[in-house]
Design a protein around this ligand. Structure first.
Ligand code: 5GP
Ligand code: ZN
Length: 119
């Protein structure tokens, strides 16, 4: 069923605590944790507790959780003290855009200059 945990999903396992992660913040609907391969001094992933393969399917099914994730990204930016220096939030959607983990997640990147457009 849509949103149900997937036994073969790495990020569902992080939500369950089966795979360890450095948790930054948790809410009823979201978990924020440090990326294992950080691309910037601040690199945090904000994910929904429910399983959807990407942000588009989450937005279609449960748009309120997309709002929760964006609200959390602001909290993370404040905690990491990048809210004034600038930070980037990204949903890679589809393998052509670099998505490798198919449980929706928002990257929060900051703490260094970020070029635009990205590569
Ligand atoms: P994507 O490429 O799908 O947008 O992003 C997936 C992100 O998950 C990557 O930045 C990758 O470094 C991160 N990642 C992959 N495996 C793990 C893991 O086991 N733990 C954590 N904390 N991050 C992971
Ligand atoms: Zn999942």
């Amino acid at each position: 069923m849509a949103g149900e945990p997937q036994s073969d999903c790495l990020f569902c396992k992080i939500v369950d605590g089966e795979v360890p992660a450095t948790i930054v913040r948790e809410t009823e609907t979201t978990v924020a944790f440090r990326d294992i391969n950080p691309q910037a001094p601040t690199h945090v992933l904000v994910i929904p507790r429910v399983h959807y393969p990407d942000a588009a399917s989450l937005a279609a099914a449960e748009p309120g959780i997309i709002a929760d994730i964006l609200r959390e990204s602001r909290e993370v930016a404040e905690l990491e003290k990048v809210e004034h220096t600038g930070y980037r939030v990204v949903f890679n959607t589809g393998s052509g855009a670099g998505q490798t983990v198919f449980h929706a997640h928002l990257h929060v990147l900051g703490g260094r200059g970020l070029n635009w457009p990205p590569g």
